[in-house]
Design a protein around this ligand. Sequence first.
Ligand SMILES: Cc1ncc(COP(=O)(O)O)c(C=O)c1O
Length: 433
Amino acid sequence: MKEILPDGAREVSGRLEIGGLLAGELADRYGTPLIVVDRPTFEARANAYAAALGADHVFYAAKAFCCVALCEALAELGLGIDVCTGGELETAMAAGFPPERILFHGNNKSFEELRRAQEVGVGRIVVDSLDELDRIEEVGVTSKLLLRVTPGVEAHTHEFVQTGQEDSKFGFGLGDDVALQALGHALALEGSKVVGIHAHIGSQIFEMSAFDLAVKRLAAFLARARDELGFTATELNLGGGLGIAHNEDEMTPDPIGSWDLIRAAVEREFKDNGLEVPELFAEPGRSIVGSSAVTLYRVGTIKRIPGVRTYVSVDGGMSDNIRPALYGARYEAFLADRMDAPKGPRVTLSGKHCESGDVLIHDVHLPDDIAVGDLLCVPATGAYTYSMASNYNRVPRPAVVMVSGGTANEIVARETDADLFHLDRHLDGSAIT
Ligand SMILES: Cc1ncc(COP(=O)(O)O)c(C=O)c1O
């Protein structure tokens, strides 16, 4: 269990402590469900990327988890940030994030989003479509531009597939001449500063071989771009995607070792094509924030169906972590105040939503004497949980606290019931008072 918990977690007389604070005390103070982010872990993961690539070559992918305090922490560490909507951009701006260290992604950036990016002075924009190039021209964007290409390699978990015709809503395919034409178009824009290309090949990647193939194809593309357009890329952004362990069967790859391998592939392929080796950039999300956080839940109902299964229901569920229901993500769980209790048979850990698919963990070994009121900890919930949270069933979203050295700060307050309907209006259109 230790490997999937934040670095600042330890067991003290059978009880979970994170950042020098007992999980039980945090739950009592802030309520449950509660997301607890261990700041030193977050910083250590971010610093590992900074060591691998240089801090200003790492754009934390805000989609993994975005709030003002996290942006502030990243700004202090000297990292960049990758935003993909106006909302993420405004969050970074509210944190005082240096705009030149912001990179703007998104397959459907609106005119207003691009205009705002230009207004605040966003450093880089990753161009995703020809329609966007038109809007970039109309706005008069002066940021550095990268072209997002899809190299026909898709990696998820331990496997990757070569997708011949790049069936993706993102970017420009390399299979035909679309990417080359788009690059030509981008280079022809007045005052355009095209510095390179971008490719993101997937998520939860554990095998570096997928990057090898992607890099090979990107280098071949850039050799054509040199020959046919006279273009030299000075920047190569290879996106995010490094996996983390969510359960004890998985291992978390080390960013430094992984990026050494990627860098070696880039140097080899670019030299083989007679190309200058560009600067390398990355956009990690999950591998920075994922294992930095845990979610604490309170057990509310236990339904034992003899000979069938036991359902243990907690006070959150698919509204604070949609990943198990959305794509079958597998997590672990344990009792935070009785870590040493012997594990019993498998049970289903379910949420409180009116939906049979509202399951957090299908088969998890929890102590046989688990009881109503017990505190459960689900580790490795920092990424794509709160950022994908919803108010399904009008359930308020949880609070988020950041812990470090015996101190806890609430970095996102718990939503209240009143928050849930403050945008509602009466039938006559008047505000709810
Ligand atoms: C373009 C891009 N960059 C970066 C990321 C972050 O990926 P991860 O959180 O797996 O590192 C994503 C995730 O979907 C992405 O689409």
